[in-house]
Design a protein around this ligand. Structure first.
Ligand SMILES: [Zn+2]
Length: 338
């Protein structure tokens, strides 16, 4: 059963509640154990269903009473093979999931009281890698809803380069557009429209292969799609979508009328990249797009993110610090569709 629907895995609604629920490593280990074996421990080696041995100095290890073999509670999670205590991971996941804007590694290091910047960086990046998997299904395809698609340039760092040299990266986005119930106080803004789920990816260029290829990867076939009239979207109908191409021609009123939601997403994304992270290098941009997508898609349910990070992060193969910097570990492309 999905951990999100388990009543026996409570989630703290406040900071004091968090501290009461997870006072130490043993409490965190008990939570992990409950998440994995809702009906009590079953030894994965010999299938013995009996309460295991527990060790005060190794809270993340359970030992079977029958075959005496050990089972690690963090195996297959982002916490596997790290020396960072469980309580630090839990605190980190809580910070990452409950703060709408996320944090920089420096803020994170301070909050967690870590002596090494590298440890903070590594924890943050591993949690981010857990933000990739949950968004694999295609968006759109809901009757009476449409999907806005557009692309924009996101500014990279220009430090150390000549004047006029920019590391702008092309980012493409698809956003579900939903309609508020008529009569709600929010329905006056943007014609009552608001964003459903979002998908974001780095695009190689503005060609048809890039842009329509992205749409095919992330949007359900048959969906109604609105774009501007850029030729890169020309083959959407041929690819099976219902397509409305709007002639923008630099007129902001047209954009506001037909593509307001995807523009809002881009504006939020740029504010977030520049504000929280002070700009992001090209190398890590896809990771930040994944984080933005994860946060955006859970913005109405901030606490689900915490359990997602611990619960589903299990199947993610996380990078080590060396891999991150050597560039050997490639962040999964495109917000979880690949
Ligand atoms: Zn056993």
């Amino acid at each position: 059963m999905d951990v999100l629907h388990r009543d026996d895995l409570p989630f703290p609604a406040s900071l004091p509640a968090f501290q009461r629920l997870f006072p130490d490593d043993a409490a965190c280990a008990a939570y992990l154990e409950k998440a994995r074996w809702g009906n009590g421990f079953v030894c994965p080696h010999c299938h013995e269903a009996r309460d295991p041995f527990r060790f005060a100095n190794r809270p993340a290890v359970l030992r079977c009473r029958k075959c005496r073999r050990d089972t690690g509670l963090t195996v297959g999670t982002v916490m596997e093979r790290t020396h960072t205590p469980l309580s630090v991971w839990f605190w980190a996941a809580y910070l990452v999931s409950s703060q709408t804007d996320g944090m920089s590694a420096t803020q994170f290091q301070r909050q967690l009281g870590l002596s090494r910047y590298e440890t903070a960086f590594q924890i943050l990046h591993k949690l981010r890698s857990g933000m990739v998997r949950p968004d694999q299904d295609r968006i759109g395809g809901i009757p009476d809803e449409h999907v806005e698609v557009d692309e924009t340039y996101v500014g990279g760092r220009t430090r150390g380069k000549g004047r006029g040299v920019h590391d702008k990266v092309l980012v493409v986005s698809a956003v579900e557009v939903r309609q508020r119930e008529p009569g709600s106080w929010l329905d006056k803004r943007k014609g009552g429209r608001y964003a459903g789920r979002v998908r974001l990816a780095i695009a190689q260029d503005r060609s048809e292969a890039s842009l329509c290829g992205f749409v095919e990867e992330v949007v359900a076939p048959d969906a109604q799609i609105i774009t501007d009239d850029w030729t890169g979207y020309n083959s959407l109908i041929k690819r099976g979508f219902k397509h409305l191409a709007v002639a923008e021609r630099g007129d902001h009123r047209v954009a506001e009328e037909y593509l307001p939601i995807v523009h809002l997403v881009f504006s939020n994304l740029k504010t977030w990249l520049n504000g929280t992270h002070h700009g992001v290098s090209h190398q890590h941009l896809q990771a930040y797009l994944n984080e933005f997508t994860f946060r955006f898609n859970r913005r109405f349910y901030p606490f689900n993110a915490f359990r997602s990070l611990l619960g589903i992060a299990g199947d993610t193969s996380a990078p080590t610090y060396d891999e991150l910097y050597s560039g050997e570990w490639a962040h999964p492309r495109c917000c979880g569709c690949g």
